[in-house]
Design a protein around this ligand. Structure first.
Ligand SMILES: *[C@@H]1O[C@H](CO)[C@@H](O)[C@H](O)[C@H]1NC(C)=O
Ligand SMILES: *[C@@H]1O[C@H](CO)[C@@H](O)[C@H](O)[C@H]1NC(C)=O
Ligand SMILES: *[C@@H]1O[C@H](CO)[C@@H](O)[C@H](O)[C@H]1NC(C)=O
Ligand SMILES: *[C@@H]1O[C@H](CO)[C@@H](O)[C@H](O)[C@H]1NC(C)=O
Ligand SMILES: *[C@@H]1O[C@H](CO)[C@@H](O)[C@H](O)[C@H]1NC(C)=O
Ligand SMILES: *[C@@H]1O[C@H](CO)[C@@H](O)[C@H](O)[C@H]1NC(C)=O
Ligand SMILES: *[C@@H]1O[C@H](CO)[C@@H](O)[C@H](O)[C@H]1NC(C)=O
Length: 485
């Protein structure tokens, strides 16, 4: 999941000036230019805001301060690799939930029993059964583009892996349908504090700040199920190692790449892409990419997505609700390599194939071949980050998110771990059953609310090119925060 770092900046003057109930709404699209100097100043501004309104300046109360440790946390693969979750316990006594593990956002939220729109398949946290739950009088809405959550800013004891601390979170009372899959209850943000809508330090970063982690990093092995004949809605799906790496999950060495710019998302720069062995010209060359476990697919800038699919004979861009996605003949093995300045990492054709499409969805369908949906979509142009590199890529590598020195590392998976290079093996992903694009996305409503939201907008949001957010569910491409007090 991805949301926008600048939004918090836009919100700061607004929240200082207007703190009356429902005093206004600030919408800001993800598709805007970043100003790194402002991002760099964000933590200081947030801290000042916290002091002004009496929030605790730091919320780290680790129960494990005696020794730094490493925790291996099992991951669940949800809905054929749509998202990856882990068990997080909230409250005293602890209530357990499956939360999406999301390096593309920095907030923790959980559906609560006060949520009437959450649906019976979303397990809910009951604050009244927690002796350590402390609600504030502040409410927050986080809009992920494909849907939003609203709730109360609260604090409670949170346990993840073997770590426990008091953590600020959003106790959600309203959730847009389809935002998370059944069985899930919320999101655990694994980005940096500077993009937290709650303006708080994320769980992992608080552990890091308190020196509770053996190593200043966490690592993912994400399993692949998309090619399995009998997919199920949830399956064992990998390992998150908090505070370390697990050498039995990768081979060779980990190649670290320094983050591009100050910590916000986990940002790298795409330096090269090849498709079917042919190199694609990367223009602009400095395409920032958010490395995002919370996004299902890979979003590429418009011209690059077009160049990529131009290398695949018979491929075509989809239209209407599916605009931004590409279809290609299912019997083609699409092999993409991507580099962020080091190794050219191969993406398995298995991950490039999301399943068969009904050819009536394709206006210029090549009726002689069954068409499949591709794992790289057109996210639009003019946005920062320009790319969103999600699980379609991350399933192919062991990935390490390192706070200091700030870097993302990749290594070859150990043999036998989802490293199959088999055929594209198309399955019947229920593409037609997915939620259509919401009529009003955050991006399309950027004119709403206070003028602060539009002031730094590049205005280059390319219509609803980020349509694929509806396909990718949590993969939410667009994102914005709406804050109201
Ligand atoms: C590393 O991963 C392997 C395979 O999942 C597991 O058996 C082992 O316990 C892990 N080691 C650590 C230290 O987490
Ligand atoms: C997962 O795959 C199975 C079998 O192909 C299919 O029935 C199911 O609808 C898929 N689920 C999703 C969410 O695509
Ligand atoms: C990466 O960052 C480290 C620490 O800031 C620095 O020493 C190193 O030179 C950087 N590497 C590259 C390739 O820029
Ligand atoms: C239709 O698909 C077949 C098989 O992939 C391919 O050989 C043919 O060139 C395609 N025709 C057009 C018009 O794209
Ligand atoms: C394809 O979609 C059309 C229109 O929605 C529908 O009538 C047809 O039955 C579908 N075909 C298949 C094979 O699902
Ligand atoms: C795709 O890859 C599989 C496995 O390597 C191979 O069996 C199949 O022939 C390939 N298909 C094409 C069209 O190259
Ligand atoms: C935008 O503002 C208009 C007028 O205030 C309102 O009717 C509409 O619902 C808003 N749209 C969104 C997406 O907030």
């Amino acid at each position: 999941m991805i949301s926008h770092p600048l939004v918090a900046i836009a919100l700061l003057p607004f929240t200082l000036a207007a703190r009356q109930p429902d005093g206004g709404v600030v919408h800001a699209p993800i598709v805007r230019r970043s100003h790194s100097n402002r991002v760099a100043n964000l933590p200081k501004a947030v801290e000042a805001l916290r002091k002004k309104y009496g929030y605790p300046v730091t919320n780290v109360k680790s129960a494990n301060s005696k020794r730094a440790i490493t925790a291996a946390i099992p991951i669940t693969d949800e809905e054929n690799d749509t998202s990856y979750s882990g068990v997080v316990s909230i409250g005293t006594p602890p209530q357990n939930f499956n939360l999406v593990l999301d390096t593309g956002s920095s907030d923790l939220w959980v559906a609560t029993t006060s949520c009437t729109s959450c649906g019976s398949d979303i397990p809910e946290f009951d604050p009244s059964k927690s002796s350590t739950y402390k609600a504030t009088s502040s409410h927050l809405e986080i809009d992920y583009g494909s849907g939003s959550v609203q709730g109360t800013i609260a604090q409670d004891s949170v346990t993840f892996g073997s770590f426990e601390m008091s953590q600020e979170l959003l106790a959600v009372t309203n959730i847009a349908s389809g935002l998370i899959d059944d069985g899930l209850s919320g999101i655990m943000g694994l980005g940096f504090a500077s993009i937290s809508a709650l303006q708080t330090t994320p769980f992992w970063e608080a552990l890091y700040n308190a020196n509770d982690l053996s190593e200043p990093l966490f690592s993912f092995y994400l399993e692949r199920y998309v090619n399995q004949a009998n997919q199920i809605s949830a399956a064992p799906g990998g390992v998150l190692t908090l505070g370390g790496t697990n050498s039995s999950l990768y081979s060779g060495s980990i190649e670290y790449l320094n983050l591009t710019g100050p910590p916000s998302y986990w940002l790298l720069t795409v330096s090269s892409v090849t498709v079917q062995g042919k190199t694609i010209s990367i223009d602009p060359p400095s395409g920032l990419a958010a490395i995002d476990t919370g996004t299902t697919l890979i979003g590429a800038p418009t011209p690059i997505a077009a160049s990529i699919w131009a290398q695949v004979p018979g491929s075509t861009e989809l239209t209407g609700n599916w605009q931004g996605l590409y279809a290609f003949p299912c019997d083609t093995n699409v092999t993409v390599h991507i580099s962020f300045g080091g190794t050219n990492w191969a993406i398995s054709p298995l991950d490039m194939n999301l399943g068969t499409l009904n050819n009536t969805m394709i206006s210029n369908a090549n009726t002689t071949s069954q068409m499949c949906a591709g794992g790289i979509f057109d996210i639009g142009i003019g946005s920062t980050p320009a790319w969103i590199v999600g699980d379609t890529f991350l399933k192919n590598v062991y990935s390490v998110f390192r706070a200091s020195p700030a870097a993302v590392g990749f290594a070859q998976l150990a043999s036998g771990l989802s490293s199959s290079t088999g055929s594209s093996d198309p399955n019947t992903v229920q593409v037609t059953g997915l939620t259509p694009l919401p009529t009003s996305t955050c991006a399309s409503s950027s004119g709403n609310g206070s003028s602060t939201s539009g002031s730094t907008s590049s205005g280059s949001q390319s219509s609803n090119k980020n349509i694929a957010l509806s396909l990718t569910l949590l993969a939410s491409v667009a994102g914005c925060f709406t804050l109201f007090f």
